[in-house]
Design a protein around this ligand. Structure first.
Ligand code: TEU
Ligand code: CA
Length: 555
């Protein structure tokens, strides 16, 4: 059986607004991406996932789309996109588009028509409800970005549902006309020659008809039991697969917050006829007294348990997507690693080893390959992201929690951490723009930037390049079985990969001090494929954040 290409690929996520600005307006754009394709080729990745590049009023940086078949004015034109696609393909790089179809922008033509009410064709494109008898919202649900999930519309004299911002009304997937329009739009992009879709919050598209009040979390009720993996979600995805996906050679990954391994096998099992992979959130999900806002990392034993459960539960049934960070998460090295100057490079390489040696398709978020770090926010006025701005208001300004208490939490996980401009070199604005960037550059760009790393054979960049190279060379890295060792160690993440006679030992220390570790007999005569310390592990101990992959000697 042939292995599908997406199982052997490494994916690189671009957040276009912050990647590379070609014309000095401070906003990244498509020509900017084109100018950096050779850099990506050098890194060795196979696929680029583009966060949304469609026409959008940017309430949520492109995740609020007003025209699915036009390019965002600041990013360029459709000609620029066609050029990007052909330039990428010429280099053997594939392009995966972000598909945001749980909701549109309120400025989308469909919504503009729908809010008129009456008997028009767009009447039931969104989820409209009358208020309660007292005029209050239909239920107590809160939106993901703060405030209620219902917005009263004067024009139509009804409430509409928005699980995200009020400028992101939820589409009504129960309406066959909505599905047809979405599938036609997807077909249009496929005919252009794109290579796949990352599907934004696809687990939310089907809502239970009843829509009862949810359990109160903070100020509002929780909608998840009624919207996550809703009653018809699999039916809709199978229809999408049948009408669109199956007709092309594509890669699909669904963003499915709240997914369990069992559910994942429904969405993306080997032959369920829906998607190829899902993004699970167990290892990045936080839930503390202030919801997702916390500065408390989980203990390593828990992290290992989560990732190992995903590794073993999908074995032979589905395929993992592997990631530490993305445009919604803090920087990997700051959250899972140690961004203090002494350990930043070591721990960035260690995290890369830990993730890239697992079974599944690895995703690299722009700047992760440089070990870029969280941003040193000074005050709430530094936030650009709608989620952080609203969260600060909802939790702090309302008096639910003090600034002193909340500040370390929100800065540790704010999505803005991931969205500062890419650090290309040590010239002004890190070489991202010749103008004023839409978001400030992280002040550490003089030390952390691509140009410096390309000149340093020991850099995080070349370490990623080497990891990707190993994946291409050793089938055990793609296909091998995963087996966790030492589950109870609080400091070491150690596992094996096994394929026939091939066996790899992956050693990762999450500790900032030396830990004793005798290399197992079986691997004593093995060869070290990669390590973040010169010479590889010395017998008996692992140094701070030491990582290594040892290949058993063949018998
Ligand atoms: O994210 C949805 C999601 O499940 C969350 O991780 C969310 O972004 C947030 O961090 C909740 O606390 C997707 C996109 O990745 C995100 O950028 C969009 O803002 C969101 O959907 C709405 O389209
Ligand atoms: Ca620009």
């Amino acid at each position: 059986m042939n292995t599908p290409w997406w199982k052997e690929s490494v994916i690189y996520q671009i957040y276009p607004r912050s990647f590379m600005d070609s014309n000095g307006d401070g906003i990244g754009d498509l020509q900017g991406i084109i100018s950096r394709l050779d850099y990506l080729k050098k890194l060795g990745i196979d696929v680029i996932w583009l966060s949304p590049i469609y026409q959008s009023p940017n309430d949520d940086n492109g995740y609020d789309i007003s025209d699915y078949q036009a390019i965002m004015t600041e990013f360029g034109t459709m000609e620029d996109f066609d050029q990007l696609l052909s330039q990428a393909h010429m280099r053997g790089l594939k392009i995966v588009m972000d598909l945001v179809v749980n909701h549109t922008s309120d400025e989308h033509r469909w919504f503009v028509e729908s809010r008129k009410g009456g008997e028009g064709p767009y009447r039931d494109y969104y989820i409209w409800r009358d208020g309660k008898e007292d005029g209050k919202a239909p239920n107590n649900w809160g939106s993901c970005f703060g405030g209620p999930a219902w917005q009263f519309d004067q024009e139509r004299n009804q409430y509409y549902l928005h699980l995200f911002s009020k400028k992101q009304p939820d589409l009504n997937w129960d309406n066959p006309a909505v599905r047809k329009d979405v599938f036609d739009m997807m077909t249009w992009w496929c005919d252009k020659g794109i290579d796949g879709f990352r599907m934004d919050v696809i687990s939310l598209i089907s809502k239970t008809a009843e829509m009862p009040d949810g359990e109160i979390r903070g100020l509002y009720g929780d909608y998840s039991p009624y919207c996550v993996h809703g009653p018809r979600v699999h039916e809709y995805l199978r229809e999408m697969n049948q009408k669109v996906l199956s007709r092309y050679d594509l890669m699909t990954v669904g963003e499915t917050a709240g997914v369990t391994p069992k559910e994942a096998c429904l969405y993306a099992g080997n032959d369920t006829g829906e998607l190829n992979m899902v993004f699970q959130f167990d290892h990045v999900g936080n839930c503390g007294p202030y919801g997702k806002w916390t500065d408390k990392r989980r203990p390593l034993t828990q992290l290992k348990e989560i990732l190992s459960t995903w590794q073993t539960s999908l074995e032979g049934k589905a395929w993992n997507s592997l990631y530490w960070d993305n445009h919604d998460q803090p920087r990997a090295v700051s959250w899972f690693g140690d961004d203090r100057p002494l350990y930043r490079v070591l721990s960035a390489k260690m995290l890369a080893t830990c993730l890239h040696m697992m079974q599944g398709t690895p995703y690299i978020y722009q700047g992760e390959e440089l070990g870029m770090t969280n941003y040193p926010f000074k005050g709430p006025e530094d936030f650009h992201d709608i989620e952080s701005i609203h969260a600060y208001e909802e939790w702090c300004k309302s008096g639910l929690v003090s600034h002193q208490e909340f500040w370390p939490c929100i800065t540790a996980v704010s999505r803005d951490n991931a969205r500062t401009p890419m650090q290309w070199d040590d010239t002004s604005q890190a070489g991202f723009t010749t103008g004023t960037p839409w978001m400030p550059v992280n002040p550490n760009y003089k030390e952390i930037n691509a140009q410096a790393q390309l000149a340093d054979p020991d850099s995080v960049f070349y370490y990623y390049q080497k990891l990707i190279g190993l994946r291409k060379k050793y089938p055990v890295i793609v296909h091998g079985r995963y087996c966790l060792l030492m589950p109870d160690s609080q400091e070491l993440f150690v596992y094996e990969r096994i394929l026939g006679d091939e066996k790899l030992l992956v050693l990762c220390s999450f500790a900032d001090h030396e830990t004793s570790f005798p290399v197992p007999e079986e691997f004593a005569a093995g060869s070290c494929l990669i390590s973040n310390y010169e010479g590889g592990p010395k017998n008996g101990a692992l140094r701070p954040y030491e990582a290594a992959v040892i290949r058993k000697a063949s018998v």
